[in-house]
Write a protein that binds this ligand. Structure first.
Ligand code: SF4
Length: 153
């Protein structure tokens, strides 16, 4: 079985907070609890970054965290995907333009799915991950077909 199929049926998540206020982190943690049953999509937390398939980024990317984000990403095996969760990870949000902030995760790594909201609800986070998996099939992506939100994040 090729690696893309493995990711499609069992995407293991790596979660990294690049400067979030913890609002998005709490929603990500809620999304992986049995209450939302993420394992029906094969979604679970990876035991280490070297086993991760999908990097979940929360928070505006600070200059310091940007280096760590790049290093984490490089340690993940191919194929790998990045999901930006929340307005801050999508674009820098209210922290955009701050002296210590680079802006969204896409300033450092290629983002495959953007999930806007401040913070997005657990259902929206799971929905974004499922849309990413559909994209692996060549199926429908997120809003706009490229995973990018249609409005400003
Ligand atoms: S999008 Fe909102 S909840 Fe998420 S890290 Fe930014 S300020 Fe916090």
């Amino acid at each position: 079985m090729d690696r893309v199929k493995i990711v499609k049926y069992s995407p293991w998540l790596v979660h990294f907070n690049t400067g979030a206020c913890n609002g998005c982190d709490i929603e990500v943690l809620a999304a992986i609890t049995p209450h939302y049953d993420p394992e029906r999509f094969g979604v679970k937390l990876a035991p280490s970054v070297r086993h991760g398939d999908v990097l979940i980024v929360t928070g505006a990317v600070t200059k310091k965290a940007g280096e760590r984000l790049k290093r984490l990403y490089e340690q993940m095996p191919e194929p790998k995907f990045v999901v930006a969760v929340g307005a801050c990870a999508c674009s820098g949000g209210v922290f955009s333009g701050s002296y210590s902030v680079l802006a969204g995760a896409d300033k450092v790594v290629k983002v495959d799915m953007y999930i806007p909201g401040c913070p997005p609800r657990p259902e929206a986070i799971l929905d974004g991950i499922v849309k990413l998996l559909k994209k692996l099939d060549g199926g429908e992506g997120g809003e706009g077909g490229d995973g990018k939100p249609s409005g400003s994040a």
